[in-house]
Design a protein around this ligand. Structure first.
Ligand SMILES: [Mn+2]
Length: 101
């Protein structure tokens, strides 16, 4: 019953990605909600025992980013930016953003 909800399915997919990744990078927006979201994500990964790094970035830095980690999480950004270059076969990508496309 719970699994038929699209939000629960997305949550399960995100959870599976995080569970199987050992090298995680978080890029989060350097503003109030982005810093908060990055802190929450970092605490969650700490509790899961996942090695990770958090970097606070502005939107104009997006074009210069390179996905080098097993899993790259974009927090409070990514839904309105060009992400094709960052979504490679070598790195899984998770976009957690509340902004419109
Ligand atoms: Mn923000």
């Amino acid at each position: 019953m719970l699994k038929s909800n699209p939000m629960n399915l997305s949550f399960e997919k995100a959870h599976d990605l995080i569970k199987k990744s050992e090298d995680i990078k978080i890029y989060t927006h350097i503003d109030c909600d982005g810093v908060t979201a990055g802190a929450v994500l970092s605490s969650m990964l700490d509790k899961l025992g996942k090695d990770h790094e958090v970097e606070f970035i502005s939107l104009d830095q997006m074009d210069d980013l390179v996905s080098e980690n097993e899993l790259t999480i974009f927090s409070d950004l990514g839904s309105g930016q060009e992400m094709d270059k960052l979504c490679t076969s070598n790195s899984q990508t998770l976009i957690l953003d509340h902004h419109p496309l």
